[in-house]
Design a protein around this ligand. Structure first.
Ligand code: MGP
Ligand code: SAH
Length: 255
């Protein structure tokens, strides 16, 4: 130890902290990313194992993309059902859409930001699954009445990395609309809904979503870990909640 002297960091510890900050700034600059995104860049191979094969990301993509192994576990879960078409309603740079397509699904990937769609197309090409994904640039809420699919996948914006400083994340904090409205739009497409949510989400509210249907939808809630770090919560609604989960990344809490 020996780094704290009279309640203050020692000159040696300060030097090492400054060196680390400078190193972090240098790496961030060299890779064209904001230094506040450095922690996500360090996890780049767990976000996309083929990162070095030409994956493209933007700032929001860095902190929003579902880690590859978790996206693969969502797809594996859906593949245990008879579903064939998945609608990824907030597709971002393609983390989930790619894994659904790699599992053999036909994917309709909706994303409002055209630059992210360009990146998602590029990233799907890197994974050799571009032909299994139909990319749509647009607003999910406007498109929802026209979308047809067996499974609806929802990973909407959580309001940025600051979500983790909130003690209990309530569904009205989801963007661009309240989680209840997002869920209702999805329900019009299919009762089989997968929702990827913050680890601090209010689970009672998630349960309430299943009561929006009569009779209530089956619900399964999983915690998604990468090694020992809890990254998010997945809620499976409808018949898809009843298929057994095979993933070692998931711990089921409520069935
Ligand atoms: P995090 O909590 O910001 O980072 O995001 P991490 O690595 O857990 O760092 P820590 O210091 O908090 O431990 C964890 C994961 O949540 C990300 O890899 C994304 O998959 C997901 N995620 C984070 N945000 C801010 C969003 C978001 O806005 N939307 C979606 N869909 N996913 C997000
Ligand atoms: N699951 C994705 C990340 C999704 S992040 C992945 O793994 O890559 C949420 C995305 O929702 C952001 O890219 C944001 O641009 C998009 N989005 C926000 N409002 C939207 C809307 N109304 N319709 C469609 N996409 C929207």
């Amino acid at each position: 130890m020996g780094t704290i002297v009279d309640g203050q960091a020692s000159p040696l510890a300060l030097k090492s902290k400054k060196r680390k900050q400078a190193e972090r700034k240098g790496i961030s600059r060299a890779n064209g990313i904001a230094s506040c995104l450095f922690k996500y860049w360090r996890q780049r191979y767990s976000l996309f194992s083929r990162y070095d094969a030409g994956i493209k990301m933007d700032n929001e993509g860095w902190f929003s993309v579902t880690p590859e192994a978790i996206a693969a576990s969502h797809a594996a879960h859906a593949a245990s059902s008879s579903a064939a078409v998945v609608i990824d309603c907030f597709a971002g740079v393609g983390g989930n859409a790619i894994q659904f397509a790699a599992r053999g699904f036909l994917v309709i990937a909706v994303e409002i930001d055209p630059r992210k769609v360009d990146y998602a197309v590029n990233n799907a090409r890197v994974y050799g699954v571009k032909d299994r994904i139909e990319f749509v640039v647009g607003d999910f809420f406007s498109l929802a009445p026209f979308l047809k699919g067996d499974v609806v996948f929802l990973s909407p914006p959580w309001g940025g990395p600051s979500y983790s400083r909130i003690q209990t994340f309530t569904l009205d904090m989801l963007k661009p609309k309240d989680g209840y409205l997002i869920f209702q739009a999805a329900q019009k497409i299919s009762p089989n809904i997968i929702m990827f949510l913050p680890r601090n989400v209010d689970l009672r509210q998630v349960e309430e979503l299943s009561w929006l249907s009569s009779p209530p939808l089956a619900l399964k809630i999983e915690e998604n870990y990468m090694e020992t770090s809890l990254k998010g919560i997945t809620a499976y609604f409808g018949d898809i909640a009843l298929v057994p989960s095979k993933s070692s990344l998931s711990k089921t809490d409520i069935s």
